[in-house]
Design a binder for this molecule. Structure first.
Ligand SMILES: Nc1ncnc2c1ncn2[C@@H]1O[C@H](COP(=O)(O)OP(=O)(O)O)[C@@H](O)[C@H]1O
Ligand SMILES: [Mg+2]
Length: 360
């Protein structure tokens, strides 16, 4: 604790969506101030912390932000490199640039995972329709074509079930320019999708939360449930794989690691160098949730141990799901968390509910 950032210090958070908002709230609970940076006026985090509204390339605003904060963290991985270069001149960025660089691009991400001995889907880099046809003949159908960068919630990807679909799949992902850095992944016929939220402190200690089982609909996370319905060996392997990733990156902060479980084998899907939607259950299931865990890690506090004291199911409230709020508000053992977004557009994450499942 003696090396921890002094109480009353300011944590700079890049990105003011719901994750940035929840980080700011956790920072406040530990006696820190938060300052948020986001190009969008009226972002969800602005309701709970002071927010700088400026573009990612606004050098003056970035310098003022750096001067006002003591450490910099982020809520999403697609922050431009030049923004981080500028901030890194004067402030520590946690998690590090290396973790960001790897997770911003699906190609180095998979290469990194394979290099440290973890299994991924088979993959090939593609930049043209011709490349795609060739990669598909090598990897076989079905396969999934994804942009290497900037994909989220299933955006920027298409499933290909037959070679005849190559032209339309390429057009869908490459857009009007007909070129994009993409990756073709072999389809993993998984039985389960699970994720581990792990953390590594400034002192190198690691703590992981229990794996959650995730169900997606239309590419968007619907529910995360703990315990996951997988054998104990798989749970253990997933935690060990997460620890291996954290150590290999000399990581500081919370990470989300998504896995497929196929024929009892663990296949890493992707890593997110930040708090993660599939870790929201920790708010109701653990003494120290993922948001506090992240603030603890980047400020040099000891980590919470990650132990789980309840079975929980987290359900995302997406778009007009918010019409169910009056019903949810009457449920016993339901903890509602809303993000303060005014407009409920389709596919927009408006909030989530954690339901504590009573054990028999
Ligand atoms: N190689 C694959 N095999 C089978 N399903 C996949 C594969 N890649 C992605 N998916 C499905 O699509 C979802 C979203 O893909 P993901 O790569 O995690 O993108 P995003 O960055 O949008 O979360 C996954 O959670 C999984 O359900
Ligand atoms: Mg994903």
């Amino acid at each position: 604790m003696s090396d921890a950032l002094p109480l009353g210090s300011t944590i700079g958070i890049l990105g003011g969506g719901q994750l940035g908002r929840m980080l700011a709230m956790a920072a406040a609970r530990l006696g820190y101030l938060a300052q948020v940076y986001d190009p969008a006026p009226g972002c969800p985090a602005a309701q709970v912390a002071p927010c700088v509204t400026a573009a990612w390339d606004d050098a003056e605003a970035l310098d003022a932000f750096a001067a006002a904060v003591d450490v910099v963290t982020y809520e999403f991985e697609n922050i431009p490199a030049t923004t981080l270069d500028r901030l890194a001149e004067t402030r520590a960025i946690r998690p590090s640039r290396q973790a960001l660089r790897i997770s911003q691009d699906r190609l180095p991400e998979k290469e990194f995972l394979n290099r440290i001995g973890l299994e991924t889907a088979a993959f090939m880099a593609v930049t043209s329709e011709q490349d795609l046809a060739e990669a598909l003949s090598r990897l076989g159908s079905p396969a999934i074509l994804k942009t290497r960068r900037l994909g989220y919630d299933g955006k920027g990807q298409v499933r290909i079930t037959d070679p005849a679909e190559v032209p339309t799949a390429w057009a869908a992902v490459a857009g009007r320019d007909r070129t994009v850095d993409a990756i073709l992944e072999g389809f993993v016929p998984f039985e389960h999708e699970i994720s581990v939220i792990g953390a590594r402190g400034l002192d190198g200690r690691i703590a992981c939360f229990d794996p959650a089982e995730n169900v997606h609909r239309d590419g968007i996370l619907r529910t995360s449930t703990v315990p996951a319905g997988v054998p104990a060996r798989v749970t253990q392997d997933a935690v060990l794989a997460t620890a291996r990733i954290l150590s290999a990156l000399d990581y500081v902060g919370v990470i989300g690691v998504e896995f497929f479980v196929a024929a009892g084998r663990l296949v890493v899907n992707e890593i997110a160098p930040r708090v993660h939607n599939s870790g929201h259950w920790t708010e109701a299931g653990c003494a120290v949730d993922q948001f506090e865990q992240h603030i603890r890690a980047i400020t040099g506090w000891p980590l919470g141990d990650g132990a789980r004291h309840a079975d929980v199911q987290m359900e995302n409230l997406i778009g007009d799901d918010i019409r169910h709020i009056p019903r949810i508000a009457q449920e016993a053992d339901a903890r509602l968390h809303l993000y303060g977004k005014a407009e409920a557009r389709p596919g927009r994450k408006m909030g989530h509910v954690n339901r504590i499942v009573r054990r028999g």
